[in-house]
Design a protein around this ligand. Structure first.
Ligand code: PLP
Length: 298
């Protein structure tokens, strides 16, 4: 399927709202295995696990992690069992997005049952890929960025990426601590819970706070997956001004948060990490279009 898989992606320059940003296109890593999930699961792709017969994970039925795990399982010749609390009738009858793509990769979906006790034949993956093993692939991301930074002769670099579990942002910041001087500062925002939740997620993976990214926030509270007009608005603007399709769950809040903190991209060049997730737009975009039918033409 992809024996010569390469975990690399280009860095482009974009103009947005009259500012220049650099954009790390991790969405372009590979058509089937891309974004931060490819980085997070790369460890399992690269190493041998002779006892493993299946991947077991859980979470939401439209998650990007779920789809990427279905690809990983296929590449490794493993089964893939995925546990969800609930699936909407509409989605079950009209599979689309990550769910449809994961089914095509022979995912076994198990609804409303408890997660099994791990055995030695089972590779158990935490929701969203919050795992120590993620550090392996994210270190490669840090190396690519450092190499590019030197090549571009950028003295001080700021990096921004929106967080779910915070695993990507954490391991990215960690990889830069103690290497080149001055080290890049990794900024992020909490998309799934609040800032406290995100800090707890960081601490679960890494107790030492010197490795933690810097959390930026908006004043208004944000609920994950809710259809905010402001989110759709900035997503449309991004597409119009940059030509790049961003994800609809994390990136709108990411860009809104970043733009609300201009010092972060005015004091130093800013690299935004595009973490993929475009397949998820298949379910999010029609929902936005139904809710705000006139907006695309405004
Ligand atoms: C999974 C995902 C995130 C969140 O990544 P974490 O490592 O859990 O913080 C952000 N953006 C996209 C597009 C994702 O798919």
């Amino acid at each position: 399927m992809m024996t010569d898989f390469q975990l690399t992606s280009p860095i482009e320059t974009i103009r947005f709202q009259n500012h220049t940003f650099f954009l790390k296109r991790d969405d372009l890593i590979h058509p089937d295995f891309s974004g931060n999930k490819a980085r997070k699961f790369y460890y399992y792709l690269k190493n041998d696990f002779p006892y493993i017969k299946k991947i077991v994970s859980y979470g939401s039925v439209q998650s990007n992690a779920m789809y990427s795990l279905s690809v990983l399982a296929k590449m490794k010749g493993w089964e893939f069992e995925y546990y969800v609390d609930h699936i909407a009738d509409y989605l079950r009858e009209n599979p689309h997005g990550n769910y449809a793509a994961a089914l095509k990769n022979d995912m076994h979906l198990i609804v409303g049952r408890g997660i099994p006790t791990p055995t030695k034949n089972m590779l158990f993956i935490e929701e969203g890929g919050r795992q120590k093993e993620a550090e392996y692939g994210i270190r490669i991301l840090a190396e690519e960025i450092s190499f590019w930074q030197k090549e571009q002769k950028i003295e001080k670099l700021n990096i921004f990426l929106p967080s779910g579990t915070g695993t990507t942002a954490l391991y990215l910041q960690k990889a830069f601590v103690g290497v080149g001087i001055p080290q890049p500062t990794v900024y992020t925002c909490a998309c799934v819970g609040d800032d406290m939740y995100l800090k707890e997620q960081f601490s679960m993976l890494e107790a030492d706070e010197k490795y933690h990214p810097t959390i930026l926030a908006l004043e208004k509270k944000h609920h994950f997956g809710k259809l905010y007009r402001e989110n759709y608005e900035i997503w449309l603007k991004l597409h119009e001004q940059t030509g790049v399709v961003f994800d609809l769950l994390y990136d709108p809040l990411g860009w809104r948060t970043l733009l609300a903190h201009p010092q972060v991209y005015e004091e130093a060049p800013l690299l935004y990490i595009h973490q993929g997730g475009i397949l998820g737009n298949e379910s999010m975009l029609p929902r936005y279009q139904r809710k705000y039918p006139l907006m695309a033409n405004e």
